[in-house]
Structure formats: structure tokens, C-alpha cells
Design a protein around this ligand. Structure first.
Ligand SMILES: *[C@@H]1O[C@H](CO)[C@@H](O)[C@H](O)[C@H]1NC(C)=O
Ligand SMILES: *[C@@H]1O[C@H](CO)[C@@H](O)[C@H](O)[C@H]1NC(C)=O
Length: 180
């Protein structure tokens, strides 16, 4: 009889520690109000609401029906910020972080090539590179492109970089970030 309240207490404590917060690409962090900062701003577009975008994934399959679309391209004249990497930055407090993207599977129209670098507190901690294969098309949703569950329990700043200076063209379709 005495065990049950204790069990309930421990289950409650464990789940309280592991609460996940989802930061939407557009609406931000519902608990802190922080929004993801995008730079350079003119390289990022609200997906699905964008004239210049070539990627048209299904909004119904995106978290809160939104994503951010950005293309790195080093060629001058191809975009307003040639050869400038794209950055998405957000602070969070916790011990784990997970980044979810939509991936385009086509080689062209849209160029589905992915080239992401993940930076936590100014330190490069991971990369995600995907080369689309010939004959493929369509999109993958809820793709976990970076996970880290061994962060110190403190405030952190996550930066997602799309592309590399002088590197190949690459697309990012950022959907959401989870931390806990
Ligand atoms: C939190 O989110 C991560 C990543 O999606 C997942 O692996 C984990 O099971 C979630 N934890 C809880 C308590 O929901
Ligand atoms: C997680 O981040 C820490 C820095 O806070 C880093 O040392 C570690 O390598 C990262 N782990 C992964 C799996 O990226």
C-alpha cells in the first residue's frame, strides 16, 4: 500500500526532468518566447509562402505546417548573398538537443544536397551531409539531422550552418528543434 505513492512520485520526478520542448522554425520556443534568428535574413524564406523557392514539400507533414527554406550557393548572381553560409541560431537551457529537417531527395529542382554543420556554444559538434541519388524525388519528413544528449545542464546556444564557404550548393528545410 505504501509503495504506490512512492512509485507515483518517482515516475513524476523522472518525467518532469525529461520534458521535451519543441522550438518551431517560425513560431519559436513556446516556453521562453525565443525565436530562431536567421542570417543573413534575405537568404531564408518561410517555406510554402515563397516565390523564389524550388522546394515544395507538403505543409501538412511539417511541424505546425511551417519550415524555413534556405539555399547556399557560391555563384555570384545566383542569390542576394553568394558564397555566404546560412546560419540559424537559438538559445535553450537543457541537457539534450535534437534538430529535425525535411530533406529533398532530388538532385535538381530542387537541389536536394544537404551540407549542415552544428555548433554548440561556439564549438563545432557535428555535421550532416546527404547527396541525393539519381532518379530519386520527393521529400522525407521529420529527419533527425543532429542529436546530442550529453550537454552540460546549463544555457546553450545552438547554431545550424547551411553550406560551406566555396563549397557546393546546398539546401536546408529546417522544421523544428527539440530540447530537454
Ligand atoms: C524527447 O525527444 C527526443 C527526440 O525526439 C525523443 O527521442 C525522446 O524520446 C523524447 N522524450 C520524451 C520524454 O518525450
Ligand atoms: C555534444 O556537445 C558537447 C559539447 O557541449 C560535445 O563535446 C559532444 O561531442 C557533443 N556530442 C555529440 C554527439 O554531438
Amino acid at each position: 500500500m505504501l509503495l504506490l505513492p512512492w512509485l507515483a512520485f518517482f515516475i513524476y520526478s523522472a518525467s518532469a526532468v525529461l520534458v521535451n520542448v519543441t522550438i518551431d522554425d517560425t513560431f519559436g520556443d513556446p516556453t521562453t518566447g525565443n525565436k530562431i534568428q536567421y542570417s543573413p535574413p534575405s537568404s531564408w524564406n518561410l517555406g510554402g509562402d515563397c516565390n523564389g523557392c524550388s522546394a515544395y514539400p507538403s505543409a501538412a507533414q511539417a511541424y505546425l505546417h511551417t519550415w524555413q527554406d534556405g539555399t547556399f550557393n557560391k555563384d555570384s548572381g545566383s542569390n542576394p548573398n553568394p558564397n555566404q553560409v546560412l546560419l540559424a541560431t537559438v538559445p535553450f537551457t537543457g541537457t539534450a538537443v535534437y534538430v529535425y529537417c525535411i530533406l529533398a531527395l532530388s538532385q535538381a529542382s530542387p537541389t536536394g544536397r544537404s551540407d549542415m554543420t552544428f555548433i554548440v556554444d561556439n564549438q563545432v559538434v557535428g555535421t550532416f551531409v546527404n547527396e541525393p541519388q539519381p532518379g530519386q524525388s520527393g521529400f522525407l519528413y521529420n529527419v533527425l539531422v543532429y542529436a546530442n544528449n550529453s550537454l552540460a545542464d546549463s544555457r546553450h546556444i545552438l547554431t545550424i550552418q547551411n553550406g560551406h564557404t566555396d563549397g557546393e550548393k546546398s539546401l536546408i528545410l529546417l522544421d523544428y528543434i527539440i530540447y530537454s
